[in-house]
Design a protein around this ligand. Structure first.
Ligand SMILES: [Ca+2]
Length: 328
């Protein structure tokens, strides 16, 4: 049964009041338990700041509840027009307001899957050529794409010999603030700014497609939330037999309400002609494995911004995977 507008609004209102209750309860509960353990550090911040801090903690726990509640019965199936992604969820609380904006976070290529050497084999790993092609599909010149893949690989690999278009310590030690290539996988996407070739213009072009995870694996792409700008991702992760234009047309031709399942997508005219050995069907899904949240806690003492990410576990429930304060 598809609920009508009025009933989904009612559902939303009920949901919100329940969630508000949860946020207040979890705020209080967290305050009671954590505050004891952290009494020393909490005592150092003003009442207002502590209040925002607890509101933020409450918002994080409620983020989980919202996701699991809103996706319950949909089997984690998420489409681009889902209310969860379109509208922010707003929780008033006694001293201010918490605004949670959810974003799809499954659709990206984890740069920590880049193959650096012979030992990095595996289906979920990314061949350098595949990443280079994705960078080109995203609009970069081919020599720039080559440089960005090589400097990234050199940044992460353990040796100090530069690749053909790469850079190692010799380059970074000449900078205004001299540093070295860390020789390990990325910790966060912001690290890219320090790597040779990753200027703000190129980063902006690549941003819709990239992510960094602590493990060398990718979450399947949700074909029902892919955006036009993410067309190069479909080529890079699903099939190199699709040109960027093919991938764009596919995304644009997505049926209203999304594809029913991956099988239906595979029957698309442009996809059906690709032989199965040239396709990575396992890279596709109609469910979301990761959902990010931008949380803003606004109170009379100021604004606190938090970025959080939720991960869908094997039981289908989303759990908080990590969070950090955002500047601004
Ligand atoms: Ca190297």
């Amino acid at each position: 049964m598809i609920p009508g507008r009025a009933s989904s609004r009612e559902d939303g209102a009920t949901l919100l009041s329940v969630l508000l209750l949860i946020v207040l309860m979890s705020t209080a509960a967290l305050a009671a338990t954590d505050a004891l353990a952290r009494s020393v550090s909490v005592a150092r911040v003003s009442d207002g700041r502590a209040d925002s801090f607890w509101a933020a903690r409450g918002a994080l726990s409620v983020g989980e509840a919202v996701l699991n509640e809103m996706l319950a019965g949909r089997g984690s199936k998420l489409t681009v027009d889902a209310a969860l992604l379109r509208e922010p969820v707003v929780f008033p609380y006694p001293r201010g307001t918490i605004v949670v904006r959810f974003r799809e976070a499954s659709n990206c290529l984890n740069l920590n899957t880049l193959i650096l050497g012979d030992t990095d084999e595996g289906v979920s790993m990314t061949e350098p050529d595949r990443l280079r092609q994705m960078f080109e599909d995203a609009g970069l010149f081919s020599n720039d794409a080559r440089e960005l893949v090589d400097t990234l690989a050199d940044w992460m690999d353990e040796n100090t010999s530069p690749r053909a278009f790469g850079a190692e310590d010799a380059v970074y030690s000449q900078r205004d603030v001299p540093h070295r290539a860390p020789g390990q996988r990325l910790i966060s996407l912001t690290e890219l700014r320090a790597i040779k070739g990753y200027d703000p213009v190129k980063l902006a072009a690549l941003d819709p497609m990239l992510c960094v995870r602590d493990k060398s694996e990718n979450v399947p792409l949700n074909i029902n939330t892919l955006t036009d700008a993410q067309a190069p991702l479909l080529t890079a992760r699903f099939s190199s037999q699709l040109t960027r234009a093919d991938a764009e047309r596919l995304i644009e031709s997505r049926p209203e309400g999304g594809w029913l399942n991956v099988e239906e997508f595979l029957l698309s005219e442009r996809v059906a002609i690709i032989t199965p050995d040239k396709r990575n069907d396992f890279e596709l899904s109609t469910e979301s494995g990761r959902i990010a949240a931008d949380i803003t806690v606004q109170s009379d003492t100021g604004t606190l911004r938090i970025a959080a990410e939720f991960e869908r576990g094997s039981d289908g429930q989303f759990v908080l995977n990590g969070s950090h304060r955002r500047p601004g």
